[in-house]
Design a binder for this molecule. Structure first.
Ligand SMILES: Nc1ncnc2c1ncn2[C@@H]1O[C@H](COP(=O)(O)OP(=O)(O)O)[C@@H](O)[C@H]1O
Ligand SMILES: [Mg+2]
Length: 271
């Protein structure tokens, strides 16, 4: 399935096409505290349709919290999230559960540790959300799920349980599960950082294919080469702020901020 198969995704623009000027996601002044710990100071970001935003930054800087707020898994304390010109949430004015479930319905998360249901088969994992949460017809969802599993080479594993799969296979199921929700926005939280090195390539290739097909994405990653090649924009997060953002090639080659420079240096020369 490509985003153009979705009823609301008809105007996405693949890389190389005409510039997609329309913002799919617009975040302004997003704030989040856990107790006394203000984790997100004031996050602004924009993702146009069909664009890929890579978030990089040190551990604890707030990257996962940003994704969880976008996905409605966390309730931000302030700021706004606008999605697809049709959903606008202002966190300063007591958003309802409906707002959070609307965010969750329009975005789908791929987790660092896969987060598959351990007691469900691969196919059950994929159909659960669309059938139970989105209340779509089971036969239609299963057919779509099987096509997606075939696409990622996991047809033979459809009746297996997560523990019977390699990490790379589990993460491809995680991606299929996200796609089956027909989201407008895909959110990836360090999708390859739990994988053995030889399994990273398959997952990155799949994500790159999705980017080329025009899916809109936010990806937290430490894979700088991947970010350089696949992202349309990169943002460096530190201390709950976006310290610097811009063209991936420019930011990675010649960062303007000293903090970005230090972070990249540590990533490239860890010892
Ligand atoms: N549910 C939570 N309760 C309390 N503190 C949290 C929670 N989630 C994240 N934090 C804290 O928020 C900060 C940012 O975490 P996180 O967004 O996971 O950072 P990153 O993904 O960049 O490593 C950390 O200090 C972390 O301990
Ligand atoms: Mg994280």
């Amino acid at each position: 399935m490509s985003p153009t198969d979705r009823p609301e995704g008809t105007d996405s623009t693949a890389p190389g096409g005409a510039p997609a000027a329309e913002a799919l996601l617009r975040v302004r002044g997003l704030q989040k505290s856990f107790g006394p710990n203000q984790v997100l100071q004031s996050i602004d970001l924009t993702v146009a349709r069909g664009q890929v935003l890579a978030l990089i930054g040190p551990s604890g800087s707030g990257k996962t919290t940003i994704l969880r707020c976008l996905n409605g898994l966390e309730l931000a304390d302030g700021g706004t999230i606008d999605l697809a010109g049709e959903l606008s949430v202002d966190f300063a004015t007591a958003p309802t559960r409906n707002h959070l479930s609307a965010l969750r319905d329009r975005s789908a998360m791929v987790f660092q540790h896969y987060n598959l249901f351990p007691h469900k088969t691969v196919l059950e994992n994929v159909v659960e959300g669309p059938v139970i949460v989105q209340r779509r017809p089971k036969a239609e969802v299963e057919a779509e799920a099987l096509a997606l599993l075939e696409r990622v080479g996991l047809t033979a594993k459809k009746d297996s349980y997560p523990f019977e799969l390699s990490g790379g296979q589990q993460q491809r199921v995680g991606i299929v599960r996200a796609l089956a929700l027909r989201p407008q926005l895909l959110l990836f939280d360090e999708p390859t950082s739990s994988l053995d090195p030889e399994l990273v390539g398959d997952v990155l290739r799949l994500i790159k294919e999705l980017a080329v097909e025009g899916w809109s994405m936010v990806i937290v990653t430490h894979e700088l080469e991947f970010a350089r090649e696949v992202a349309t924009e990169i943002a460096f997060v530190d201390g709950g702020r976006i310290v610097e953002h811009g063209d991936p090639k420019q930011v990675l080659r010649d960062p303007k901020q000293e903090r970005t420079r230090q972070f990249l240096h540590r990533l490239l020369f860890p010892f």
